[in-house]
Design a protein around this ligand. Sequence first.
Ligand code: GDD
Ligand code: MN
Length: 404
Amino acid sequence: MGGDVAAARSDRHLLQGLTGGPIARTDRLPGEIAAVARTAAVATSPDLSIIVPTLNERDNIRPLIAEVDNALIGVRWEIIFVDDDSRDGTASLIREIARDDPRVRCLQRIGRRGLATACIEGVLASAAPLIAVTDADLQHDERLLPDMLLALQTEPYDLVIGSRYIGDAGSFGWSKRRGQISYLATRLSRLICKADIADPMSGFFMMRREVFEGAVRRLSGQGFKILLDLLASSPKPIPFKELHYVFRPRQRGTSKLDSLVAWEFGVLIADKLIGHIVPVRFALFATIGCIGLCVQLAVLWLALRLSSVGFAVAQSVAVFVAIASNFLLNNFFTYRDQRLRGWRLWRGLATFYVIASIGAVANVDVAADVFHQRSVWWLAGIAGAVIGSVWNYAVSAIFTWKRR
Ligand code: GDD
Ligand code: MN
């Protein structure tokens, strides 16, 4: 009985979907109409999900959908935009289009940022067996999509990459510096993914869902380089093919690529190399801690040489300077993605002084304890330093560089 009611209700919705009209009294649809309605609705489930991260791309949305539509005639596709709460109304425009075109969807994230995580969550919100990732700004040539699709359907590849750099690098019209940066980045990315790829930084590719599912729990999700992340996180080598396309200039909106992207690239590489041993941020924090020790010794030496203050005063000044230098270096490197500026910088420095003072007391306490038990001075010193830095790291992550 309950099943019947549910079936009749879903028939009604199907019919409404077909006619676009208001819900009619269709509780008892004739069998054939129900069958047609059901087939029509089921037939729209897509073979290809296209995932597009967006941040302030309003003016590019309609041209992009038109270009995809032209390129993929005869293909059942859907497009999922993952928008990080753009201020220019990108998400509401996408929803407006989606009301007329059910192939279009918007996944809006609030209080979040990041191209890679946007792509990951877009894929997770889709179901098609094939997935494409592309940018919204039309720099990637959507006319490549049919060739990518064909390669996956007829050839033994699991991944097809839209590549800017197949062929002779000399032909890209790059400056010497641009060529060197690209060479270096490609060499670095080879450290973490063994595949010999001309354009591992590409943000334009198509893959089988299994490729994504095999890697998803290991992905770093750090920064811009979702393809590189995927290649480095896959438990087994992915059979791939590269297809050349010409990276077009951006027509509308502005690029989000800045020095932060280079930093995130470095963090991604480091995470894949050492992330299973120690978190990259902690490694950075600890390295800066060592630099801080050098700063402290240098200031102490200077103060004792150049002034007539006693040791305690000199050491206090040295610690004061070292904490500030640690704070500034961490703010610049370790927390580049959440860098504090303006009055937040001063508030951050104040909290860091408080935290580091407590850390120093903990450091001395633990060291004294270990020294009493073992009387090995260097072991005690190291134990104190480790406890002090773990404390400083954990607590400053909460109070100094808390996410806004
Ligand atoms: N959701 C979301 N969140 N989207 C973002 C974010 C973000 O934090 N940052 C950028 N995007 C979106 C942009 O709106 C655009 O659709 C796309 O990601 C790429 O951003 P651009 O600022 O246009 O980057 P690009 O052109 O310098 O670099 C792109 O192309 C390169 C070549 O394929 C990126 O895809 C690079 O990873 C890629 O190497
Ligand atoms: Mn772009």
